[in-house]
Design a protein around this ligand. Structure first.
Ligand code: FES
Length: 150
């Protein structure tokens, strides 16, 4: 039974390797930073035109992304894209992380087939939404603080 399963898995993988890079397959099968986060400082949720949704949570310390998690109900390439963008953004300061775009995700993944490149866009847009959420919350709490002080 195990042998048959291994054979089948190898068959599926060899088909996948014709279309996807090893990096895509690795991130799709072993996603990094997958899961929700309690007490996030920033949260983004975006639904792409394909109907799939991605969520990203950020923990920020000293203006730097100290922790980042993602979830998606999307396809394997959206899992790979979400996983990769968390790796690209982790440890970056907010200004650097704001510059991460679809092209950066695609490059880091070793490319995606044309009909899957929107998955990388979904990841980039979700990261931007989480950063915006953090920045807005920060501005709002500063205003609140200055109102209190004033
Ligand atoms: Fe929708 Fe991949 S097909 S995100």
């Amino acid at each position: 039974m195990d042998d048959k399963f291994d054979e089948l898995q190898e068959l599926i993988l060899s088909d996948a390797r014709k279309v996807f890079s090893e990096t895509v397959i690795d991130h799709a099968m072993n996603p990094r930073n997958l899961g929700e986060m309690d007490d996030a400082d920033g949260f983004g949720k975006v639904t792409g035109p394909c109907g799939d949704t991605m969520k990203i949570w950020l923990k920020i310390k000293n203006n730097t992304i100290s922790d980042i998690h993602f979830m998606t109900d999307g396809c394997g390439t959206s899992i790979a894209s979400g996983s990769m963008i968390t790796e690209l953004a982790a440890g970056k300061n907010i200004t650097e992380a704001e510059k991460i775009r679809q092209q950066d995700v695609l490059k880091a993944l070793g490319g995606l087939p044309l009909d899957s490149i929107h998955c990388a866009l979904l990841a980039a847009n979700t990261l931007q939404a989480a950063i915006r959420d953090y920045s807005t919350a920060k501005t709002y709490s500063k205003r609140k603080a200055s109102r209190k002080e004033g």
